[in-house]
Ligand binder design. Structure first.
Ligand code: M6R
Length: 362
């Protein structure tokens, strides 16, 4: 049931404030994160290996920044299809963590089985709690996203990020890198995030207008730095998956190492950049693009919009958000730009060509 929405994807995007609030209450009891220390004690973990495919892989890439920065825990991230055949050494002290909405992705399951007798423990972050990946894990953490029908993953992504962030906060506090006051402050911000999701969804009109222009392009670039780097990748995947527009993502700093050669007035460059400590660097990347006739669509906040300077093609202004939580909020414009571009192109949004919701063969 699409509940009055034109597509399941639109419904699932719109559900995110409610679903995130429910997921938070499932995991939080005051400032206590309800993941039993008996199942996962981060004081005994030397490193994490995070493995997944597609959108779930971008959730892992985001989590790497959180685990490393907040918890000072070394993290390796890999796509499951590469990990499983490379046969990497998995040393004692390693927790192997697998992220999958369906819990049935063949490559992710095979990677999990490869780690079975090698890692200290196998943890999964899944939506389907009865899935193979959940059943074969020592600890399966549900994301509580509810059933996701659209082939393009949306609410599952933000809910995966939520669980991974809670794990990183748990790791940071258990490993002595986050005191109780900092943890309480961050959790307060996290509890306010569903409200910021709503405020972002209220600005859908600006995203629809931008997407209608982006839909005219043949090629699109996405740029992001730090925590926005994985979100740039997610935006590019979403756009190509449902609108069939060719999209590539790069870390902003990689621009001058090759992709800048692509820049001209026909290639929109979508820059995901809240006004954080790296914003100045992003402004200089944008200037490099604009100096070559490139068109910038900047997704930022009010301070970023004020400091972006002249010449930006389109600005999408989101509410201010704690830097550490920005990936969850900036996932929404990534989804909505793709959604509206696909609608403008008239593609089959919920069932894009050549794709399956769950990839159970390799
Ligand atoms: O069920 P999974 O999370 O394991 O699926 C992984 C990918 O197949 C999936 O995220 C895919 O990339 C989505 N269609 C992206 O929107």
């Amino acid at each position: 049931d699409k509940a009055g929405y034109k597509h399941f994807m639109a419904k699932e995007i719109a559900e995110q404030p409610t679903v995130l609030a429910d997921a938070l209450s499932a995991y939080l009891d005051g400032d206590r994160i309800e993941i039993p220390a008996t199942a996962l004690d981060f004081t005994k973990v030397d490193r994490l290996v995070l493995v997944a495919c597609g959108t779930a892989y971008y959730a892992c890439l985001t989590a790497k920044y959180w685990f490393e920065k907040l918890a000072r825990l070394p993290v390796e991230v890999d796509v499951a299809s590469e990990f499983r055949y490379r046969e990497p050494p998995v040393l004692p002290g390693t927790v192997a963590l697998f992220v999958s909405q369906s819990g049935e992705t063949a490559d992710t399951l095979a990677a999990l089985r490869y780690c079975r007798d090698k890692a200290d423990s196998i943890v999964s972050v899944v939506n389907v709690e009865t899935s193979s990946i959940a059943r074969e894990s020592d600890l399966a953490l549900p994301i509580h996203a509810g059933v996701e029908i659209g082939v393009a993953s949306t609410k599952a992504f933000t809910c995966q990020l939520n669980v991974l962030l809670l794990l990183a906060i748990k790791a940071a506090s258990e490993r002595g890198h986050m005191d109780a006051a900092d943890k309480a402050a961050l959790l307060t911000q996290l509890r306010a995030l569903p409200g910021l999701f709503n405020a972002t969804l209220d600005r859908d009109g600006t995203m629809e207008a931008a997407a209608q222009k982006i839909a005219e392009a043949r090629d699109v670039l996405f740029l992001g730095r730090g925590l926005m780097y994985p979100i740039a990748y997610e935006g590019a995947l979403k756009l190509k998956e449902i609108s069939y527009i060719h999209a590539e993502a790069y870390a902003s700093g990689e621009l001058k190492h090759g992709p800048i050669a692509l820049i001209d007035k026909t290639v929109p460059v979508i820059v995901m950049a809240p006004h954080d400590g790296l914003f100045d660097k992003t402004v200089s990347n944008m200037q490099e693009v604009m100096a070559r006739g490139g068109k910038i669509c900047l997704v930022t906040d009010a301070r970023g919009a004020a400091e972006a300077g002249e010449g930006v093609w389109q600005v999408i202004t989101l509410p201010e958000v704690d830097d550490r939580l920005a990936p969850l909020l900036y996932a929404l414009p990534a989804q909505l730009l793709a959604y509206h571009a696909a609608v403008a192109k008239g593609t089959d949004v919920d069932q894009p060509r050549n794709l399956a919701k769950s990839v159970t063969v390799e």
